[in-house]
Design a protein around this ligand. Structure first.
Ligand SMILES: Cc1cc2nc3c(=O)[nH]c(=O)nc-3n(C[C@H](O)[C@H](O)[C@H](O)COP(=O)(O)OP(=O)(O)OC[C@H]3O[C@@H](n4cnc5c(N)ncnc54)[C@H](O)[C@@H]3O)c2cc1C
Length: 261
């Protein structure tokens, strides 16, 4: 069974700064991590290989430093990492990101399953998984919390919905996004760490993907970030004086005045 996992490297902090000129993240001096949901995608890929044999490949579109995340994935048990990196990919919106990833996936055919995280910590749109399925004309199951069975070219998966779960059947190959309930990611093994140190990560750019530079990155994006800002919070605290009873009276009176009770 051949599995491809899509991994994004994200800032390991919520204290990110935005470049006011370009409206993109200032990535210098920030520790980067594997997007947390993607660690579950990696673990599921490795478990499927352990059950059925085959190979797990991890791909990521990002700047050169994303290589570290791919090597970490190797230490967690994946067989091969491929970095999609090219100046032409910079400034991609989710559409252009999915387009680049889909071109890499076409090059990696045949595979049985593409696994993405449900969303990222930074972009947070959850759009890449479903867009990939659409671009590759493959079936898609979102929010998978368990792959119950894989047999005869079919998959049965449990997906989380707001008030419970659904069991979905799908032919393979398919694209899924996973939630954290699907497994408990392992820690890297000593053997894995040693393997990751010597692993060579292939780098594919516009040439290797045979892709028009005008269809990727900022040039191939349909959306533009006009402005990014942290919302201003205008909250004033007020401390009531006196004994507890009069404080409660004060509070209730204030809520009544404001029409809140
Ligand atoms: C105009 C514009 C400019 C932007 N410029 C930049 C920029 O310069 N640099 C930048 O980093 N972001 C930039 N972004 C944000 C970027 O579009 C998104 O971060 C990216 O498209 C992925 O979307 P997301 O983070 O919401 O992923 P989601 O859809 O939330 O991710 C779901 C899953 O898809 C997979 N996935 C997502 N992204 C990748 C990836 N890159 N490689 C492999 N797998 C992936 C992962 O499995 C992930 O768990 C820009 C956005 C806009 C609109």
């Amino acid at each position: 069974m051949n599995v491809v996992v899509c991994l994004k490297q994200v800032p390991g902090t919520t204290q990110v700064k935005i470049d006011p000129e370009t409206n993109t993240l200032i990535r210098e001096g920030i520790e980067n991590i594997i997007n947390p949901f993607d660690t579950y995608a990696i673990e599921e890929g490795v478990r499927l290989r352990e059950r059925f044999g085959g190979k797990v490949t991890v791909i990521s579109m990002g700047p050169p430093q994303t290589e570290a995340a791919l090597k970490e994935a190797v230490s967690l048990g994946v067989d091969e990492g491929i970095l999609l990196s090219d100046p032409a990919f910079a400034g991609a919106d989710t559409w252009a990101t999915s387009r680049t990833l889909s071109m890499a996936l076409r090059k990696l055919e045949p595979y049985d399953l593409v696994i993405c995280g449900r969303q990222t910590l930074d972009g947070d749109t959850g759009q890449v998984g479903p867009q990939l399925a659409e671009m590759l004309c493959l079936p898609f199951v979102a929010y998978v919390s368990q792959i119950e069975e894989i047999a005869d070219g079919e998959m049965r998966a449990r997906r989380m919905v707001e008030d419970g779960y659904e069991i979905m059947g799908s032919p393979l190959p398919a694209v899924i996004t996973v939630v954290k309930e699907i497994n408990t990611p392992r820690l890297p093994s000593l053997r894995g760490i040693a393997r990751s140190k010597s692993a060579s990560i292939a780098v594919w750019g516009v040439k290797e993907l045979n892709i028009d530079p005008g269809k990727v990155g900022m040039a191939g994006s349909f959306t533009r970030v006009i402005r990014i800002f942290s919302p201003q919070q205008d909250r004033r605290g007020e401390i009531f004086q006196g004994d507890l009873e009069s404080q409660v009276d004060c509070l209730v009176g204030r809520l009544k005045d404001d029409g809140l009770v």
